[in-house]
Design a protein around this ligand. Structure first.
Ligand SMILES: [Zn+2]
Length: 313
């Protein structure tokens, strides 16, 4: 496909088209991908932000054929258009409710709450929900069985790693969800941001390795400073990162630290006298042997690890 046609609808396969929402940004690349699946009966995946021109474009594209509106998760660049699109088309909204977290679209109200393994069965296609917590606790990927194409939402983006923001985001869950995808039969990934990814297993392994390498940097930083807080660790773990990316990096760093606490490698110290707030929290490293470090990187998500070879720091 070269260029974007005048109607903004990019055809990706026999069953899948894409409309790009006009919400570019630092963590969103060119904007949110809204996918349209099907021919006679249609499903929309991630309707995107409630921006009038985007919703109008979707209305024109789906006409009176839209039956399902699916949301991978409820961050505000993915789900807010669901209610308006439902109002205009009468389609059924499917997904998981928003957790009580300020980053989520609290207006999202699914007609049916999806669970792992649920299948949306149309005459010409089937979409299967795959629960992939990590980026958000309520995240779903959707497998288009006829094309072995996985809509990955923000579980996997093209061109960038995703932010893991505690407390709703979890690094341990994220790695487990990446590992799980290695067990699926996949031909291509369709991310919530960026282009199609046509070597799914290479990309999934690369992402797992990327997080392992980052975790090793966190452990190395504790060799320099111990105990340490997030602001001590940040310049060591994300050395040279552009300033506008540091707040997001700090949240993912926190997610790594929480995982290392869960692994038993760090313990959180109580704040000292008179100290309050997030910046007063520090952690102690409590296990420096190489054996322990190796153990930490494999706990809970070992099955795909022996296949990892790509190093991406
Ligand atoms: Zn998101």
């Amino acid at each position: 496909m070269t260029g974007i046609p005048a109607d903004g609808l990019v055809r990706l396969s026999n069953l899948v088209s894409r409309v790009l929402a006009p919400n570019p940004g630092l963590m969103r690349g060119n904007g949110t991908n809204t996918y349209i699946v099907g021919t006679e009966e249609l499903a929309v995946i991630d309707p995107g932000p409630a921006i009038d021109c985007h919703i109008e474009q979707l209305r024109r594209a789906v006409g009176n054929r839209l039956r399902w509106i699916l949301c991978t998760h409820t961050h505000r660049d993915h789900s807010p258009a669901a209610a308006l699109l439902k109002q205009f088309t009468g389609a059924v909204v499917l997904g998981c409710p928003a957790p009580a977290d300020e980053r989520h679209d609290q207006t999202f109200c699914p007609d049916k709450v999806l669970s792992d393994g649920d299948r949306i069965v149309a005459r010409k296609f089937v979409l299967q929900a795959i629960h992939t917590p990590g980026h958000s606790s309520n995240h779903l990927c959707f497998l288009l069985e006829q094309e072995r194409l996985l809509f990955t939402g923000d579980h996997i983006m093209q061109g960038s790693t995703v932010v893991i923001s505690p407390p709703d985001g979890s690094m341990r869950a994220y790695l487990g969800s990446l590992d799980r995808l290695l067990g699926l039969d996949l031909a291509v990934l369709a991310p919530g941001h960026g282009s199609l990814i046509d070597k799914p297993y290479d990309e999934i392994r690369r992402l797992i390795q990327h997080r392992i390498n980052r975790e090793q940097k966190v452990l190395a930083a504790f060799r320099a400073i111990n105990p340490a807080g997030l602001d001590d660790l940040l310049p060591l773990v994300y050395e040279g990162l552009k300033a506008d990316l540091l707040p997001a990096a700090r949240r993912s760093l926190h997610a790594h630290v929480i995982k290392l606490v869960e692994d038993g490698l760090l313990i959180q110290r109580p704040p000292g006298p008179g100290k309050t707030g997030a910046n007063s929290v520090v952690w102690d490293f409590v296990g420096m042997s190489e054996e322990t470090v190796a153990h930490a990187t494999t706990i809970g998500w070992t099955s795909g690890m022996d296949m990892v070879s790509d190093i991406d720091a």
